[in-house]
Ligand binder design. Structure first.
Ligand code: ADP
Length: 244
């Protein structure tokens, strides 16, 4: 085989791999969207079929569950839109000053309201103004906290440590969940990376990738320490001075 033929063969292989990756992605996204959609449809069906016989409490419970599934769908679609924005260089930030401690307290309160079975403790305080995109920083914190809950099926005790140094604020979310093998730590923030953990955890492997992009673009850092079977700590830092 001559060089031209070899190059052609290589190009065909690269294209085939890209096609396979795209097919895998479509299958994964369809599966992730279908799960909450099926559940949402099921509860709406139930409400329609038994509308006359349901008690007020039952109606509220079913509506609440349907609403949660709709929220899940919404957040999956938002993640997909974010990925597309990142790929196209269109992820823009809306910078303004806000109190960092207030953001921590409000986000934790909201997480506790939505996940009534979790126990989130906030240690430390960062009572300072920072200039950043508040919604996007909240998104990172929610992502860390949601993962901490999702990957800790047996223990919902989570701690959030907040620290401030001369130039940075640092937030660390620690869980007592399944943990992650050390050889995978460096891949966790990569696009589509998921640990093939025993048990069944749903996900698309894009949440941490989006977090990394948001933090990087704000001039911050991120990372993880984790012991399989004991739990994980995910942190991010943000500069006190505007960078994004
Ligand atoms: P997803 O959770 O949707 O798969 P993420 O990008 O948020 O995607 O996380 C990537 C992977 O990192 C997850 O699939 C999971 O294997 C691992 N992971 C993230 N957070 C935790 C955690 N707190 N404990 C254990 N594993 C985690």
């Amino acid at each position: 085989m001559n060089t031209i033929q070899q190059n052609l063969l290589k190009e065909i292989e690269v294209r085939k791999a890209a096609e396979a990756q795209k097919d895998d992605f479509i299958a994964m996204v369809s599966h992730e969207l279908k799960t909450p959609l099926t559940s949402l449809k099921g509860y709406l069906q139930l409400l329609i079929m038994h509308a006359d016989n349901l008690s007020k409490t039952e109606t509220i419970t079913y509506l609440d569950t349907a609403n949660r599934q709709a929220n899940k769908l919404n957040s999956l679609v938002n993640d997909l839109l974010d990925i597309s924005k990142i790929e196209n260089g269109k992820l823009k930030f809306n910078l303004r000053n806000f109190n960092f401690q207030q953001l921590l307290v409000n986000t934790i309160r909201m997480m506790k309201l939505v996940n009534t079975n979790c126990n989130i403790i906030l240690n430390g305080s960062v009572d300072t103004e920072i200039e950043a995109d508040e919604m996007r920083i909240e998104q990172v914190l929610i992502n860390y906290l949601s993962n901490a809950l999702k990957y800790s099926p047996k223990n919902h005790d989570i701690t959030v440590d907040a620290e401030q140094s001369a130039n940075f604020v640092k937030v660390t979310v620690t869980d007592k969940g399944i943990g992650i093998p050390p050889e995978m730590h460096h891949k966790l923030f990569d696009k589509f990376f998921r640990v093939d953990a025993p048990g069944h955890f749903q996900g698309m492997g894009i949440g941490l990738y989006i977090c990394a992009e948001i933090i990087k673009r704000h001039g911050g850092t991120y990372g993880v320490s984790s012991v399989p079977g004991s739990g994980s700590s995910f942190y991010f830092t943000l500069p006190l001075q505007k960078q994004a």
